[in-house]
Design a protein around this ligand. Structure first.
Ligand code: MN
Ligand code: MN
Length: 461
């Protein structure tokens, strides 16, 4: 054998997905990207993503889960968890004792949440106080256009939905930064301290209402909110209002190969899972799609992946088939679909290049996340990795290996550990992202498309 032949038979040869992309696949990829971008423009919060999923699922014949309901092969069922997360299932021809094929992504993203007592006036400028949610570089959130999204539970018990800053005719909101001319002290601080959490105050207005007092600008803002939404100041105490980057997805690059958006992490995987599920009618095993909340703060709370709402849903489906939930979980597989860090040549020192995901090389499969000595990771077994490898290869899906940065550089987690805690074999996988957790993140169209194909292959495995 020549060395070329040996290389061919023994060594891996990763290739850029564009080298094998057919014209037909390109058309599908572009169509998929357009649908994904429309989803992202409509969904910037977990509530909006959940509402979107419910709406689209119902169009396709999905029915809401009811405890004690009958369940037969081909049935499409969803569980709306308090409008903030959702699990959807297409019932398989095999009983749930054979396990389910699950894809689990999250639909919450880093942002600035409005504090419970947010509205104040200082130097005749009205502001909202905020508390950041998830891991952010705080300085990135100044001087960018921001929008207000959320719901308020009013005194009379009615709930009003608020979206300001997304329509072209809407005003946007903003956090100011210090002018460079006077920033001598600020520029000597570390990046973590350049903008403090308590400086992320969102400007709401500057015009005083006619009258006497030291709160005329604040009063004017409250009056505007009252006229449009019927709010009084005390209503903020029962509200979930959040500030996110304003504006739409854009194609990026002269070749339009990338997409910029707020919140690719992790709605890029959430959308892939959903669209893949929506193409399935009669899988062998029950296919389950999870869009979880609260991943960015540890998967906690009633809408997070640690919540027993998932047992309520899956237990209900199992009961209908006379199957023990424990037996179902023990035989199930979960793809924990969450983004990875794409290799960034501007910061090569942060990664082990041989083990990092790269743009346009397909969905990245992550054996473990975690930090330090794999702390907090759900370290997938050889068998679990083998299952994914075989499934994706058989389906012709382009995939690559990922690790989150070089050893001891940092780290992170996903919902994987909480699925594995349920005795479900779990592997992390997702779309490589540049500028993760920044107000605008970047992904490649090709990787988005391959991730949807991967989810479909996992559902049908
Ligand atoms: Mn994520
Ligand atoms: Mn994240």
């Amino acid at each position: 054998m020549t060395t070329d032949e040996l290389r061919e038979s023994l060594l891996m040869k990763p290739t850029n997905g564009y080298t094998s992309l057919t014209a037909e696949q390109r058309t599908e990829m572009e169509g998929y990207s357009k649908r994904y971008m429309a989803f992202m423009d409509a969904c910037k919060t977990e509530r909006e993503a959940t509402a979107w999923a419910v709406r689209e699922a119902e169009k396709l014949g999905f029915k809401p889960f009811v405890s004690g309901m009958e369940v037969k092969p081909g049935d499409k069922i969803y569980y709306n968890n308090r409008d903030k997360s959702i699990a959807l299932a297409v019932i398989g021809t095999e009983p749930l004792s054979k396990g389910a094929n699950i894809c689990a992504a999250h639909v919450d993203s880093p942002r600035l949440d409005i504090k419970p007592n947010p509205l104040y006036e200082d130097a005749e400028i009205a502001y909202f106080k905020t508390h950041y949610y998830g891991g952010i570089k705080k300085y990135q959130w100044t001087t960018v256009p921001l929008a207000l999204h959320g719901v308020v539970y009013r005194k009379d018990g009615t709930v009003v939905t608020i979206t300001i800053g997304e329509d072209d005719s809407d005003p946007v909101l903003m956090v100011s930064d210090l002018l460079i001319h006077l920033a001598a002290d600020q520029m000597r601080k570390t990046a973590a301290e350049v903008i403090a959490g308590e400086q992320l105050n969102v400007i709401l207005g500057t015009e005083p209402i006619e009258g006497e007092g030291a709160d005329l600008v604040k009063l004017n803002i409250m009056k505007l909110l009252n006229e449009k939404y019927g709010l009084v100041e005390a209503d903020f105490q029962s509200a979930e209002l959040t500030v996110v980057p304003a504006g739409r997805c854009r194609e990026v690059g002269l070749d339009r190969s990338l997409i910029s958006s707020y919140g690719h992490d992790d709605r890029v995987c959430a959308y892939a899972e959903l669209e893949a599920l929506f193409t399935i009618s009669q899988p062998a095993k029950t296919a389950v799609c999870i869009l979880a909340d609260k991943e960015e703060i540890g998967s906690v709370g009633i809408s997070g992946m640690q919540s027993h709402y998932f047992e309520h849903f899956m237990g209900g489906l199992c009961d209908a088939q006379g199957v023990k939930l424990e037996d179902c979980f023990a035989a199930s597989f979960c793809l924990s679909a969450d983004v990875s860090n794409a290799f960034d040549p501007n910061f090569p020192e942060t990664c082990d290049r041989r083990n990092n995901s790269q743009l346009n090389y397909g969905i990245s499969i992550c054996k473990y996340t975690g930090s330090r000595g794999k702390g907090g990771a759900s370290d997938a077994s050889a068998e679990a990795m083998g299952h994914v490898r075989t499934t994706l290869n058989n389906a012709g899906v382009l995939w690559q290996i990922a690790t989150l940065g070089k050893v001891d550089q940092g780290g992170g987690g996903t919902v994987a550990a909480y699925m594995a805690d349920r005795n479900i074999v779990t592997v992390d996988a997702g779309v490589p992202v540049l500028s993760m957790h920044a107000p605008l993140e970047l992904v490649s169209k090709l990787d988005c498309y391959e991730t949807m194909l991967a989810c479909k292959a996992i559902y049908l495995a």
